[in-house]
Design a protein around this ligand. Structure first.
Ligand SMILES: NC(=O)c1ccc[n+]([C@@H]2O[C@H](COP(=O)([O-])OP(=O)(O)OC[C@H]3O[C@@H](n4cnc5c(N)ncnc54)[C@H](O)[C@@H]3O)[C@@H](O)[C@H]2O)c1
Length: 375
């Protein structure tokens, strides 16, 4: 079997999850880990004594004949590290957000193209089977016309010392919304406040307007007693709630809707027809989204394919966060988002990304027998 030699830069909170996955995937060998922090390296040496190279200097990775590098360091370091890795002829998977400016993201896309190397961003939720199931419901028309989407990503911490909650958490929800709707928003307005650290907003409310009058709102918080990861999609036929904190019934579909009917006898008066039906939780074969993402990265290298979350996909999210930051600075003014022309509406009304390849395949069995009592 053709195995790809992988290195990981950054093994703080998130890096070990990437290391574990690349160790477990048969088409990869985990060759090297770099981190500036000796304590983190000691932790990795203890957990994974089989990794041959563990170093404080990421430049050591360029001498090892690696195929690809995964960057899981703080976002402000992504650009410089990814640039260096691409210049050394390595394929690169960068954790979200791709960069902290759209200018840097464009430079990386250009460099990856010049070097003929793959550039992928870790928008993990685009590899989440529950998100795929939700998208299927939207695309198939099960929910009807989409009216609005409400997203909440809140918990106590983890506080970031320099980047605000928008840069930390919004990449997830923005990438989910674009993935679900197959379009990017036309405008954004954001308000936020820094309560705990000076000038680093720990809570933010972001309103995004999508084409076809689809309104969306994202609440982001590091200052909330309850961990919430929830997306509510309101359609003209049905309503769906995706709760990522739920261990099993992650999606519930409510057969509820309402219609305003104009009375024929009294001009101008409406009566409302409320429909209450069943609540159904469809079976979703749960796979670790990060595993699907890491496998996709390797598959794309091996088969010379464009990743679902390629550089353009990463750029799009960075552009929206930049616009949100501008709005935040100007007390929530509405900022228009220029059309990059990367997403489109299919003629039959179904929306899909057209960034070069169809969505990644996830196991979408409707039911199955499994060995364990729980997943
Ligand atoms: N996809 C997800 O669900 C998800 C979840 C959490 C974090 N992340 C992303 O992962 C990245 C890392 O986040 P984290 O929470 O692990 O941060 P962290 O601060 O816990 O870890 C970052 C590590 O990078 C190391 N580092 C910094 N500069 C370095 C350099 N030049 N060379 C080598 N090592 C260096 C630090 O010493 C630290 O150990 C961020 O981009 C974050 O947004 C993604």
């Amino acid at each position: 079997m053709n195995k790809l030699k992988i290195g990981v830069i950054g093994c703080g909170y998130w890096g070990p999850n990437l290391i574990r996955n690349f160790i477990e995937i048969p088409t990869a060998t985990m060759e090297a880990v770099a981190d500036l922090d000796e304590q983190r390296l000691t932790h990795i040496r203890t957990c994974y004594p089989q990794i041959p190279h563990i170093t404080r200097d990421h430049r050591d990775l360029f001498e090892l004949g690696l195929d690809a590098v995964v960057i899981s360091t703080p976002p402000q370091t992504h650009f410089a590290l990814a640039k260096e890795c691409l210049q050394h002829g390595l394929h690169v998977l960068v954790e979200k957000p791709l960069t902290t400016t759209s200018e840097d993201a464009r430079k990386l896309i250009k460099l990856a193209k010049k070097q003929n190397r793959l550039l992928m961003v870790g928008h993990t939720f685009e590899y989440n089977p529950a998100v795929h199931a939700l998208k299927e419901m939207i695309v198939s028309g099960e929910l009807g016309d989409i009216h609005y989407i409400d997203a909440v990503r809140a918990s106590l911490g983890l506080f970031h010392p320099t980047l605000n909650v928008i840069w930390d958490l919004a990449p997830h929800d923005i990438s989910i919304l674009i993935h679900l709707l197959g379009q990017k928003p036309t405008s954004v307005s954001t308000q936020g406040v820094a309560y705990i650290q000076k000038d680093v907003e720990d809570i933010a409310y972001m309103t995004l307007m999508f084409p076809n009058n689809v309104l969306s709102h994202i609440r982001l918080s590091w200052l909330d007693p309850c961990k919430t990861r929830r997306i509510t999609v309101i359609g003209s036929k049905k309503m769906a709630v995706y709760d990522d904190v739920e261990s099993h019934e992650k999606i519930k579909v409510y057969d509820k809707r309402v219609k305003a009917i104009r009375r024929t006898d009294t001009y101008g008066e409406f009566q409302f027809a409320y429909h209450y039906g069943s609540v159904v939780s469809p079976y979703i074969h749960l796979q670790e989204p990060l595993r699907v993402e890491c496998q996709h990265f390797l598959d794309c290298i091996l088969h010379d394919e464009t990743p679902l979350t390629n550089g353009q996909n990463g750029l799009r999210v960075v552009e929206i966060i930049e616009a949100a930051q501008q709005s935040l600075k100007n007390q929530g003014e509405q900022v228009a988002i220029a059309d990059g022309g990367l997403v489109t509406l299919k003629k039959n009304g179904h929306r899909e990304l057209v960034n070069g390849r169809p969505p990644v395949t996830v196991n979408n069995k409707k039911s199955e027998f499994i060995n364990q009592a729980t997943q």
